[in-house]
Design a protein around this ligand. Structure first.
Ligand SMILES: Cc1cc2nc3c(=O)[nH]c(=O)nc-3n(C[C@H](O)[C@H](O)[C@H](O)COP(=O)(O)OP(=O)(O)OC[C@H]3O[C@@H](n4cnc5c(N)ncnc54)[C@H](O)[C@@H]3O)c2cc1C
Length: 546
């Protein structure tokens, strides 16, 4: 018999979004089970560096934050959600402060803020360049205080839903492979992003993107999946650190981009905003410099922050300083070598202002959700929007579960899932998941990267179909069951991303098509993607305006 735990809400994910939703739902009186792959308090959010956006003091205002976000997203954002986000955000900062989060302050005690890419006034509130870690400390200690039931080191394999909505979650304990079935009335997916699909990424190993595929499998609508953010500045070497993030805060604190000829090349691309243009624009400029032969030895360009001086470098970007120092580079005296890196999924599961999706009882928040960032995310908006919509979802899901009873389920669904996993572990011969991931990373980086066109995308789609067939032959052991299951979902997610990238025949934000290099007003629309009888169906819908 498999252990069954009955609860009201299962929260999958314990990053900034999952923890914030849990706090609110528990306060509302709901019974919870919070699940994460990693130890408590160590989710990917911990790695966030530069800060979170909020109009906390003049000259920043919620209206300016709203306008910057919409312009930064090239008008594809859900305007209604962005309005709520930017206007509620200041209150969410005071929540975090009440959980013990310490943001940087000026000598007069007011918050220290700085302006990132495409911000018309300083919006970025931070704790040094370790904002995520500081935030997670506060959120985790509040969760502990509230005694939220937590299942760390559990891996979710499947969400169960039918026409009436969700009713179960299957997971296993990574330490001993023992399965658990959570019988639930609602599921909050806070499962984070999918950087691991790409060869070069700033994301943690846990960001394998199964949340998107669960959504797709149970009929939830996804949107904007073609928009993948490539952060302009990841480490270019050593190989083991390739893609590791160098926060935008460096460029927000006098950092200049220089090519191998010593030119400050952003003058040619974005003479007004220079290094603080949109991430999409800066990443493309670096890509062009490298393609045209003005790159560095490790295939990147230089980032020069020497002008800031050692004292301020240590004060504002201590982690970046330490990261390079470890490899013998003193950034107060030498330039950093950087390369663009896959950083963020702008697309995801569609949700409304209460975190609801089109599937009853299924909610999506944080990076696995979509709607705030449009075609390009402003740095600092992800940590922030996660707080606003997580709180709202905690409230709405608690109200939802208070009005319904647990649904009946058949034991067969549990047996079938157990058999699927058992059969996999029995496969001693076959392809290694590492081989599939290596191929996937290269296909996505080379053909669905910073610059794409019809030819590369169609070729990527063919490659992925072969890879899906190949992945079906993966072998697994008890130890590799989790990465094997992740890899199954990763290749399916790649298929969805490519399908959407083929449909959008224009260039906008992070989606640059060399065969359609201009933005086209007719495409001020979102691409929705759905599972129709197991097939990908794309639907083009007008963007939601205020
Ligand atoms: C290096 C780096 C720096 C960044 N800096 C900033 C910044 O300064 N400001 C900003 O706004 N944004 C930043 N971002 C983006 C931001 O960190 C993320 O978008 C955000 O933290 C996502 O939070 P989340 O709660 O949605 O998901 P995550 O923090 O990624 O958490 C996802 C959770 O889901 C769980 N999970 C997923 N799948 C399963 C499964 N199958 N079973 C069980 N559990 C599962 C994981 O274990 C984890 O607990 C940065 C991103 C990176 C990569």
């Amino acid at each position: 018999m498999i252990k069954t735990i009955t609860t009201d809400i299962v929260v999958i994910g314990a990053g900034g979004a999952g923890l914030r939703a849990s706090i609110e739902a528990v306060k509302m009186g709901a019974r919870l089970a919070v699940i994460s792959k990693e130890p408590f308090g160590r989710a990917h959010t911990e790695k966030a560096m530069g800060g979170l956006n909020v109009a906390i003091k003049p000259p920043a205002s919620p209206e300016q934050h709203y306008q910057d976000t919409i312009k930064g997203g090239w008008y594809l954002n859900n305007h209604k959600l962005v309005h709520i986000f930017t206007h509620e955000m200041p209150d969410r900062i005071y929540d975090l402060v009440s959980y013990g989060v310490k943001f940087d302050r000026l000598p007069d005690g007011s918050f220290y803020t700085w302006a990132g890419g495409k911000q018309s006034a300083p919006l970025n509130l931070c704790a040094g360049d370790y904002t995520g870690r500081e935030m997670m400390h506060g959120l985790a200690s509040e969760v502990k205080k509230l005694k939220v039931p937590f299942y760390a080191h559990y891996f979710v394999t499947k969400i169960f839903a039918d026409k009436k909505g969700v009713y179960g979650v299957y997971a296993f304990n990574q330490k001993n492979n023992r399965p658990v079935f959570f019988h639930t009335k609602a599921v909050i997916a806070a499962a984070g992003g999918a950087g691991q699909l790409y060869k070069i990424t700033s994301n943690e190993p846990s960001n394998t993107g199964e949340g998107y595929v669960w959504g797709f499998n149970i009929g939830a609508e996804l949107q904007d999946m073609e928009f993948i953010q490539f952060h302009p500045t990841g480490m270019a070497f050593p190989e083991s650190e390739k893609g590791s993030l160098i926060t935008e805060k460096v460029r927000g604190h006098k950092g200049k981009l220089i090519n191998s000829k010593g030119e400050r090349f952003m003058k040619r691309y974005q003479p007004e905003r220079m290094e603080l243009a949109g991430r999409d624009e800066v990443a493309r400029a670096i890509y062009t410099e490298v393609q045209e032969g003005r790159g560095t030895k490790h295939g990147g360009v230089y980032l020069d922050v020497r002008e800031l001086g050692l004292k301020d470098i240590k004060k504002h970007i201590p982690e970046v300083y330490a990261k390079f120092k470890k490899y013998g580079v003193d950034i107060s005296r030498e330039m950093m070598e950087i390369t663009p890196t896959m950083h963020h999924m702008m697309g995801g599961i569609r949700f409304n202002e209460w975190g609801e999706t089109n599937i009853p009882g299924f909610y999506a928040i944080g990076e696995v959700g979509t709607g705030i960032h449009g075609a390009n995310r402003l740095g600092g908006n992800s940590l922030a929007e996660g707080q606003v919509f997580a709180r709202r979802t905690g409230i709405s899901s608690s109200i939802f579960v208070s009005k319904i009873k647990h649904r009946k389920f058949s034991d067969k669904i549990i047996k079938d899932e157990t058999k699927r996993l058992d059969d996999l572990v029995k496969r001693t011969k076959g392809i290694s998941f590492k081989e599939i991931r290596k191929e996937l990373g290269s296909i996505m980086w080379d053909k669905v990267g910073i610059v794409r066109d019809e030819k590369t995308l169609v070729s990527a789609a063919e490659d992925i179909e072969s890879l899906i067939k190949k992945a079906a032959k993966m072998k697994a052991t008890k130890k590799t069951l989790q990465p094997v299951l992740e890899t199954f979902e990763m290749v399916k997610l790649a298929r969805i991303i490519i399908a959407c990238a083929i449909v959008r025949k224009e260039s906008r934000g992070a989606h640059f098509r060399s065969d359609y290099p201009k933005m086209n007003k007719k495409w001020e629309k979102n691409i929705i993607v759905k599972n129709v009888s197991g097939k990908i169906k794309t639907i083009v819908r007008p963007t939601i305006k205020l």
